[in-house]
Design a protein around this ligand. Sequence first.
Ligand SMILES: Cc1cc2nc3c(=O)[nH]c(=O)nc-3n(C[C@H](O)[C@H](O)[C@H](O)COP(=O)(O)OP(=O)(O)OC[C@H]3O[C@@H](n4cnc5c(N)ncnc54)[C@H](O)[C@@H]3O)c2cc1C
Ligand code: SF4
Ligand code: SF4
Length: 424
Amino acid sequence: MADGTVLETGTDTILVVGGGISGITAALEAAEVGAKVLLVEKGPSLGGRVARMYHYFPKLCPPTCGLEINFRRIKQNPRIQVLTLAEVESVSGQAGEYEVAIRQNPRYVNEKCTACGDCADACTLTVPNDFDLGMSQRKAAYLPFGMAYPQWYVLDPQIIGTEDAARCRDACKYGAVDLAMQPQNLTAKVGSIVVATGWNPYDAKALDTLGGGRYPNVITNVMMERLASPNGPTGGKILRPSDQKEVKSIIFAQCAGSRDENHLPYCSGICCLASMKQACYLREQAPDAQVRIFYIDVRATGKFEDFYVKLQKDDKVTFVKGKVARIQEDPATQDPVVEVEDTLSGEKLRAQADLVVLATGMVPSTASERLPMDIAYDEFGFVVSDGSQKGIYAAGCAKRPVDVASSLQDATGAALKALQCLRR
Ligand SMILES: Cc1cc2nc3c(=O)[nH]c(=O)nc-3n(C[C@H](O)[C@H](O)[C@H](O)COP(=O)(O)OP(=O)(O)OC[C@H]3O[C@@H](n4cnc5c(N)ncnc54)[C@H](O)[C@@H]3O)c2cc1C
Ligand code: SF4
Ligand code: SF4
């Protein structure tokens, strides 16, 4: 696409911003009843946070289950136009007729890519792998993850102008590496907009009393998903980062920074279940492993209650009501040592484990990066979608922290409202 291209869209088109499960769902629901959709994702692939998980509840299936089918539906639907590495720069106009400016960053690989991987084999530079939250390295020519959509490699901008970039280009038999690619400014007309920009994990480095980002064996719940994933940094074996030892004891510190005026004042509603799910990951791998979950309250309502009840029956899993106040490191073993007050007995406890997982909360991505459109935010940065803003509808975790099933329902609702806006 050339710089200045006007995309083939119109007032019969819905712009979906964000290509996670909410954005993908909104796009498909709208396109499959006949609307045109422009799906804009800032990363190099669709899939969002769900793609990084090992399993997801309630069925505890791998993300491949849902995402693969959705990617196939997108590929087969000519009404959906996907732009990756792209962000909305400005929106003007009103419901029914918006003008949108989009900037797309270069991938340095074009649609001739067959994902053969020869460029990665030729590339010598490795960089921290952000898909694994920096727990592994990846080549600077890479596919974001195995089933990424689109199935096109990406060249990290830092190799452009180096011998590595030339090596990647020369290794490609298909002429797919294009080192001259430049950022593109694109424009589109759309009738309505769905905002599905999702969430980021709360920054564990801000939790200094809990050793977040300081001690190698104190990790976060999103890192734990990657540690358990077969395509993660340890090939799916839950090994502790300092010495790659198998984890035989684990502590989950619930509400790490959440429901705390100094950090995230709200409850993310998901991290209790995420820890229970991750306790199962370890118990499946190491039948003798001890799990302790320190919590203030357990949030597992409705269909998730059974999951909680089942886990309570496991004699290797202990739930202790108490907030973790401090985490230090035993210098001899690098084991994290947790200080916690057991709120039922009043006792002050010290507990040591091979690994501690901080159950950090979900922060809307719009908390740090406001979108260039006329929408309201609540005090935490979530998009307010109360129906007062005609033409722009939020879905999924852009609105509040929710699970995948709720994101799907929400995205379907947002798609319907966006469709109604086109037809009015
Ligand atoms: C530790 C943990 C475990 C979890 N496990 C489960 C589970 O087992 N089951 C379950 O149901 N739920 C689980 N969840 C919740 C689940 O992750 C969310 O429900 C899901 O990610 C919501 O999807 P989304 O599309 O709204 O947001 P996201 O997954 O965050 O996707 C948003 C997308 O928008 C893109 N984006 C952001 N800003 C922009 C922008 N300005 N322009 C363009 N694109 C943008 C992002 O790159 C991303 O691709 C878990 C959450 C946590 C914290
Ligand atoms: S860019 Fe070329 S070499 Fe690299 S994966 Fe694609 S087709 Fe293969
Ligand atoms: S879901 Fe659980 S861990 Fe997460 S903030 Fe709420 S109570 Fe705390």
